[in-house]
Design a protein around this ligand. Structure first.
Ligand code: NAI
Length: 246
């Protein structure tokens, strides 16, 4: 998986799955622009990556702010001349049953998970189209495929990302750009740490491989989709879930 000379942007890179993706792209030679809203965690994580001979640059940026996103992407291109890989990983949850859910929470989830992804992809894809190459990888979720009670907003956003992936894949395929999605199952990160023991046991009971996933399990598939090993794959959704949603 040789990525030397490649320039990547990973959103939500300060921790969890985004941090593991950053590690794996850097270990394989890419220069990674790490985007996140959490300045302190982002800088700490970038220092760790760079200490291990990686090449990571932290940029604090809220992907829901289209103006800031456009400036950030313009800056990356003027500094590096191109963007080869975009990993849309930043995401949030605001879980509740619909009868108790606030419309504000619904809007926040869609703003980050869907509209934020739209904004940064729109800013990046225009450069990829000129280059006639690029890899865009969207982190969806198995709940975007199966649904999940209490996660109407989150699973809607993740199902939306699958439609986004397939439509964009069709739009840009002739320009040499591959667009794919990864649908993780139950992965141990801060996002899932707060779940009750009951909910965790419920998820675990539904995993044929009988263990939760690690961020590195997801990062391995993202690395494949970012590399030339996957050049004939586009519009695909790859589950990384220990068999949970098969
Ligand atoms: P996490 O909550 O540990 O990390 C998410 C990161 O995104 C944080 O560093 C956060 O500061 C950043 N972020 C949030 N809003 C942002 C914004 N507006 N702009 C820029 N950065 C922002 O989450 P985790 O578990 O690492 O998840 C990563 C992705 O994987 C998310 O899209 C999530 O929905 C998805 N996923 C996670 C699963 C899991 O079991 N952990 C399962 C399926 C999908």
């Amino acid at each position: 998986m040789e990525l030397s000379g490649k320039v990547a942007i990973v959103t939500g890179a300060a921790r969890g799955i985004g941090a593991a993706i950053t590690n794996s792209l850097c270990e394989n030679g890419a220069m990674v622009v790490m985007v996140d809203v959490d300045k302190e965690a982002l800088e700490q994580r970038a220092n760790l990556v760079n200490q291990k001979n990686g090449s990571a640059k932290p940029i604090v940026c809220d992907i829901t702010d289209q103006t800031v996103v456009n400036e950030m992407v313009k800056g990356v291109v003027s500094e590096n001349g191109k963007i080869d890989i975009l990993v849309n990983n930043a995401g949030i949850t605001k879980d509740d049953l619909i009868i108790r859910a606030d419309i504000e929470d619904w809007e926040k989830v869609l703003a980050v998970n869907l509209t934020g992804t739209f904004s940064i992809t729109k800013a990046v894809v225009k450069y990829m189209m000129k280059q006639r190459s690029g890899k865009i990888i969207n982190i969806s979720s198995v709940v975007g495929l199966t649904g999940n009670p209490g996660q109407v907003s989150y699973s809607t956003s993740k199902a939306g990302l699958i439609g986004f992936t397939k439509s964009l894949a069709r739009e840009v395929a002739k320009r040499g750009i591959c667009v794919n999605a990864v649908a993780p199952g139950f992965i141990e990160t801060m996002m899932t740490e707060g779940l009750s023991d009951e909910v965790k046991a419920h998820f675990l009971g539904g995993i044929p491989m009988n263990r939760p996933g690690k961020p590195e399990d997801v990062a391995g598939v993202v690395l494949f989709l970012a590399s030339s090993q996957s050049d004939y794959i586009t519009g695909e959704v790859i589950r990384v879930d220990g068999g949970m949603a098969m």
